[in-house]
Design a protein around this ligand. Structure first.
Ligand code: GUN
Length: 297
């Protein structure tokens, strides 16, 4: 029987452990604080930041949200960032991407205090991760690692094929999985839009991670017997539903389920893990900044 990996259950267990760490910090007078910044009014981004704020409330993190008008000059966004860098009650924050076209997101990332960069996108944090000394693992790759651990996947010497080379998922995940560590030690192949014979590279893998943003690009014929499939994709496709769309992953779930040993659903797989690991990074940031030691899951 193919195991359907329950991201909600794994995320819920992590949140429960984080709640204890949060109470330890709060008892010491330092309730962890997370801020979200949204520039513009992209509906999907609004949904994401609302969910992040709701998560904060549930676990006892002080959540704050800052809206910046979509047509505001870059300086206004930078002032918001500078204020958050200076606010001792905000231990971590993020600027939701995508930002409007007149804003250079790389400039935004570089302006964020790396000690508060709970996305793990600042070059200092990227460098530390590559060097094997990560401060904040980016939330989605970290969530994928936790899901693999919860599914008892042995990565030691395993062939992992990652489809997608984004700065947010593919690149950091590849770097994490090749680290000399219990949750690393894999042999990683990173595929992308110029890769030739993609199917051969996915079919020979013990673990396939799809993070490419193309609806149902990977189907069952591209997956080897007993492979573990992690679907990071969240794609809105037109559908005859109340909202006029439905969410599908980068993997064709039905055909892939036949071959795979285990597979994540969309929704309910990687998504809740990404959100849980943002809370994790916020607690870690608060612990580092306040000097209060806590146990992290
Ligand atoms: N937009 C989509 N995913 C992310 C993320 O992980 N962080 C931020 N800041 N924006 C995003």
């Amino acid at each position: 029987m193919t195991e359907i990996i329950d991201g909600n259950a794994v995320a819920s267990a992590i949140r429960a452990e984080l709640s204890e760490a949060i109470e330890t910090l709060a008892d010491a007078g330092h309730r962890p604080g997370l801020a979200t910044v949204l520039m513009g009014d992209d509906p999907a981004s609004q949904t994401y930041v609302n969910m992040k704020q709701r998560d904060c409330e549930e676990v006892g993190i002080e959540g704050t949200h800052v809206d910046v008008a979509g047509d505001a000059p870059a300086e206004e966004l930078f002032e918001t960032i500078d204020d958050l860098n200076d606010d001792p009650d905000v231990h971590g924050y993020l600027v939701q991407a995508p930002v409007p076209d007149h804003i250079d997101y790389q400039q935004v990332i570089r302006r964020i205090d790396p000690a508060k960069d709970v996305d793990g996108f600042h070059p200092e944090n990227v460098g530390r991760l590559v060097a094997g000394d990560a401060r904040f693992r980016p939330c989605t790759p970290h969530g994928v690692q936790k899901l693999l651990e919860a599914t008892d996947v042995s990565l030691e010497g395993a062939d992992v094929t990652i489809v997608g080379r984004s700065d947010i998922v593919g690149k950091p995940l590849a770097n994490l999985l090749i680290q000399k560590a219990d949750d690393g030690n894999a042999t990683v192949t990173v595929c992308h839009s110029r890769t030739e014979n993609l199917a051969a590279k996915t079919r020979s893998a013990d673990v396939v991670v799809a993070a490419v943003g193309v609806p149902e690009l990977i189907d069952g014929s591209m997956i080897g017997e007993d492979a573990v499939v992690i679907d990071v994709g969240v794609n809105r496709v037109d559908a005859d539903t109340e909202k006029g769309y439905e969410l599908v992953g980068d993997v064709d779930f039905e055909s892939t389920k036949e071959n795979a040993r285990a597979i994540t659903p969309v929704p309910g797989g990687v998504g809740p893990m990404t959100r849980a690991m943002l809370l994790y990074n916020t607690v870690k940031a608060a612990s580092i900044q306040t000097g209060v030691d806590v146990e992290l899951p």
